[in-house]
Design a protein around this ligand. Sequence first.
Ligand code: XMP
Ligand code: MG
Length: 191
Amino acid sequence: MVLSKKEDADIAEVLFSAESIRSRVTELGALISTDFSDGQPLTVVGVATGAFIFLADLVRAIDVPMEVDVIRAESYGQGTESSGQVRVSSNMKVQVEGRHVLLVEDILDTGRTLAALVGHMVVKGANSVSVCVLLDKEERRIIPLVLPPSGKQYTGFQCPDQFVVGYGLDFDEKYRSLSYVGVLRSELYSS
Ligand code: XMP
Ligand code: MG
């Protein structure tokens, strides 16, 4: 196991260690396994790219037969923060009609991405839509997360309003492979 990496030097503070993430993922997997034990088909859909490590760990902690896929969503006019429109830029391969869907996302921030993806799953005919996020920056919410009836929300950790990287989360596509979540040194992005 890699204990230190070159990218560690750019991290100001570790917020969630690999060990704390591992034990929280185990807890979430147990909760989800209980909640989805009704025998109805489950499809777990990770939001690319940021959720890829969380998705990989979470599905191995869930003991329910499932299909796994990924979806990609992008904001229009990224960087402007103004339009806030989100579109599905790469769709799933599997059909979710009549199935329980569990969306897996790295971080819930303004709420726009998950609002759009929950709506997308409803349109695709999902039987229920639930959401599991590793991190929740609650104070940043603009669009409240509203789930259809019987949808459940799972959260790994509440996250302070700081830019975080690692465990799938990136800055400029870097730092995704760190096994913990940390705060990036501000001088690296506020030039
Ligand atoms: P919304 O605002 O739609 O955003 O809830 C969710 C997406 O915003 C990105 N995001 C971050 N990515 N560190 C990151 O690496 C952060 O601190 C952060 N905050 C938001 C992320 O892509 C997420 O899917
Ligand atoms: Mg993301």
